[in-house]
Design a protein around this ligand. Structure first.
Ligand SMILES: C=C(O[C@@H]1C=C(C(=O)O)C=C[C@H]1O)C(=O)O
Length: 419
């Protein structure tokens, strides 16, 4: 028996009701209360939530399977009235899973507000009776973060460059092809963080990323590990990065060079293969584009490939969460071969990744959902915030350039926390 199985609560009957609402032009993030906010927003669409009707915490190698079994039981016993019936309406849980076998959680909120184009809805979820939808109001403005002081986390920049060199040596010695190494920074704030402030900034500045907050983990990730929507799956694979200069013409030339760079194309190919291989057993057909496109973000550009598939209806364990479990950790955050890369990360990285680079997102009662990779992210507790960034290392990676790349990847969260 696993840790989580012993802690599994007995079957409870959740009652959920979804009704349409008119949100006008109110942004989802403006509805969030200061405490207990959950968020998943992209380009104005998504779901935000608050309150907590149920939760499961899981750890260890079975953290995904235990959470998935719990969710099946909860949804199997639930009473759901859903007049909207789109992915994300009805019963939903938000979740965040650790990169390694440590603490992970699924949270069933008590109120969820969603938007999908012109359609908006509110869902109430309770333990016993039908609850009428609350009147939705724009909440008090968040308190902006003040006085952030940034310092090295577990390792200095120079120290990290030296472990990048160790990794390239291992790759050149033929031990593996690619490993993703990460580092952390610490920010100390003058007052406890009101996480809504960075969420507002991230959702505004990075509209083509998924801005999220689950249980103290927040960020704006450009990488979709897996989206499942009515039998269709999609995974956006990123690997291969170039920093932006702020000069548009120069950036376009850099984008063209990125799309031709054999180092970046090689690194990218490893990541695409790892995703396609993991999705294949659950799909009846798949589309893996032959060449990547360049994804432009305000701070960096990435080589990107959208892998798509049709879920095999006979495949049982193919909810969005099951697929995320099969995909994690992809070569975008682990490496190739996976086991050798994870072992090298354990040996070289002097920190616990926590929930950085793990799956973060949501699942509904049909098994549809979206799980991003928690990148461009941070974990906070009171006044202390830990920011993370990592880079894919291949044989000819240059440690100094990788450090600069990691700094560019820290920009979204740094800016979101600065005065
Ligand atoms: C690991 C991170 O990013 C990943 C690594 C990339 C790379 O090395 O080119 C690009 C995108 C992500 O898949 C991160 O942002 O922390």
């Amino acid at each position: 028996m696993t840790d989580a199985a012993t802690a599994l609560p007995g079957p409870r009957t959740l009652v959920a009701q979804t009704v349409r609402v008119e949100l006008g032009d109110v942004a989802l993030e403006h509805l969030l209360p200061r405490q207990g906010a959950l968020a998943w927003i992209r380009d104005g669409d998504g779901i935000v939530a608050w309150g907590e009707t149920a939760r499961i915490e899981t750890t260890g190698p079975n953290r995904f399977a235990d959470a998935s079994a719990w969710w099946r039981r909860m949804t199997g016993h639930a009473v759901v009235r859903d007049s909207v019936d789109v992915p994300g309406s009805g019963l939903v849980a938000f979740g965040s899973f650790a990169f390694g076998p440590s603490s992970s959680a699924l949270i069933v909120p008590s109120v969820v507000v969603g938007r999908r184009g012109d359609l908006a809805w509110v869902t109430t979820i309770s333990d016993s009776a039908l609850v009428t939808a609350p009147t939705l109001r724009v909440t008090d403005p968040p308190t902006p973060p003040r006085g952030a002081v940034f310092s090295d986390g577990s390792i200095s920049g120079a120290g990290w460059e030296s472990i990048v060199s160790d990794a390239t040596a291992a790759i050149r010695a033929g031990e593996l092809d690619k490993v993703v190494l990460a580092r952390d920074l610490v920010a100390d704030l003058a007052e406890p963080l009101d996480v809504r402030a960075p969420l507002h900034r991230l959702a505004g500045a990075y509209p083509n990323c998924w801005t999220f907050h689950v249980d103290g983990l927040f960020g704006a990730t450009p990488e979709m590990l897996v989206r499942r929507e009515r039998g269709l799956v999609m995974s956006r694979v990123l690997a291969g990065t170039i920093r932006r200069t702020g000069d548009d013409e120069h950036d376009l030339a850099l984008a063209a060079s990125l799309a031709r760079s054999s180092k970046d194309l090689e690194e990218h190919e490893y990541a695409v293969r790892s995703v396609a291989d993991a999705l294949e057993p659950s799909c009846s057909s798949m589309n893996v584009p032959e060449a990547p496109f360049v994804l432009h973000l305000p701070n960096v550009m990435h080589l990107a490939t959208d892998v798509a598939g049709v879920v095999d209806p006979d495949h049982e364990a193919a909810s969005a969460l099951d697929l995320a479990a099969a995909l994690h950790p992809s070569a975008a955050v682990g490496g190739t071969p996976r086991a050798v890369a994870l072992d090298l990360i354990d040996r070289l990285e002097p920190m616990d990744r926590g929930r950085y680079a793990g799956p973060v997102g949501w699942i509904d009662a049909d098994g549809d959902g979206e799980w991003g990779i928690a990148l461009r992210s941070a974990e906070y507790d009171g006044t202390r915030v830990r920011l993370f960034a990592g880079c894919g290392i291949v044989a000819d990676s240059d440690p100094e350039a990788e450090l600069a790349e990691s700094q560019a990847k820290l920009v979204p969260i740094r800016d979101a926390l600065s005065d």
